[in-house]
Design a protein around this ligand. Structure first.
Ligand SMILES: Nc1ncnc2c1ncn2[C@@H]1O[C@H](COP(=O)(O)OP(=O)(O)OP(=O)(O)O)[C@@H](O)[C@H]1O
Length: 341
């Protein structure tokens, strides 16, 4: 559905040039929810804005739904853009228009006849769960409701792609989850391809199929969410994965334990998908006569299955411990022996 080839954006500023996006290659399949994560300044906004040519690339190629966007201008660009809608962190609603009038706006621009507009707006209001609020003004709505209007407006002309620019960053956690649920719902109902940018791993975990991690304008890691969670390669990715698997207190408590000299090794085990169901601990205890002390554990749900981390301390004779560690390494479980440095 979307391919990016060697995409670059260089801004010229008074103090010199800034390479915001630096040679990005990506493929996004039809019907998937694709997340791009990175810290502030990584180049995410610039990247997503190049998908609909809000920002023109300095180099490289953007193809969306068969259109080579980089080559389009004027009327043909406007036509191609109808296939690609966008929602924003601060909603970008028209404050003097009601909810229904905001949603009708892109239909007016596209020249949709009045009656058809009315029925389409009603349909969209229902789809995003805003029944009864059509006559309200944006100032009378909560943040979550405002984003629902943004989503309805973005869907008005039946786009193939929805771009989400930090769409939940201004919302509290509960409202964030309800908007993410809505995005999943429209992804499934309409088969819409969704590309989102975020700095929150929670958003990636909850709804994305694929993730790309950006740093300094480059994609430093990319893959199916569960694979990246299971085996993050770059430091930056590890930091993001920790956001959802290891609360700060866990790391503090573990590092205190590591300072002590008592007891056997402390392990961090990462289970993915069906592995999370395996009775690994019971097997180790029975097979190798080691004791297992569970220090901390957490299981998170992703679109593609469950993902869990477990911190344990093993105790036993040296040779039993070695055999147990060897056994764990042979299983479909990532195991890391933690040390104090
Ligand atoms: N119009 C512009 N002119 C000059 N520099 C820019 C412009 N837009 C972005 N930049 C620079 O490009 C780099 C990437 O910015 P970008 O906004 O794409 O990052 P981001 O990951 O979306 O971060 P944020 O979430 O803070 O917006 C930054 O160094 C930024 O200062």
């Amino acid at each position: 559905m979307i391919t990016l080839k060697n995409l670059k954006k260089i801004f010229s500023t008074k103090s010199g040039t800034v390479t915001a996006v630096d040679g990005v290659n990506l493929t996004i399949e039809e019907g998937e929810i694709y997340g791009v994560i990175g810290y502030s300044g990584a180049g995410k906004s610039t990247l997503i804005r190049m998908l609909n040519m809000l920002e023109r690339p300095s180099e490289g190629e953007v193809t969306v739904a068969g259109n080579n966007m980089s080559n389009l201008k004027g009327r043909s660009l406007r036509k191609a853009r109808q296939e690609i809608s966008m929602i924003f962190q601060h909603f970008n609603l028209l404050w003097s228009r009601t909810v229904a009038e905001n949603i009708a706006f892109p239909l007016e621009i596209a020249g949709t006849p009045k009656e058809e507009r009315r029925s389409r707006v009603n349909e969209l209001i229902k789809l995003v769960g805003l029944e009864g609020r059509g006559d309200a003004y944006p100032s009378q709505l909560s943040g979550g409701q405002k984003q629902r209007v943004g989503i309805a407006r973005a869907l008005a002309n039946n786009p193939k792609v929805l771009l989400c620019d930090e769409a939940t960053s201004a919302l509290d956690p509960k409202t964030t989850d309800s908007i993410l649920d809505l995005l999943v719902d429209i992804n499934q109902k309409l088969g819409l391809t969704i590309v989102l940018i975020t700095h929150e791993m929670h958003v990636i975990r909850k709804i994305c199929h694929h993730v790309a991690v950006m740093e300094g304008g480059k994609v430093v890691e990319e893959g199916p969410v569960l694979d990246v969670f299971r085996n993050p390669k770059q430091e930056m990715t590890k930091e993001f994965v920790k956001q959802i698997t290891e609360p700060e207190e866990t790391m503090e408590a573990i590092s205190e334990l590591l300072k002590g000299t008592e007891g056997g090794p402390i392990l961090k085990l990462t289970f993915v998908g069906d592995d999370a169901e395996q009775p690994l601990m019971t097997e180790i205890i029975q097979k190798f006569q080691v004791s297992v002390n569970i220090l901390q554990g957490k299981i998170s749900q992703t679109r593609e299955g469950s993902y869990g981390t477990l911190f344990v301390r093993l105790d036993g004779t040296e040779s039993n411990l070695q055999s147990a560690l060897q056994f764990i390494k042979e299983q479909q479980v990532e195991a890391e022996v933690l040390t104090n440095d």
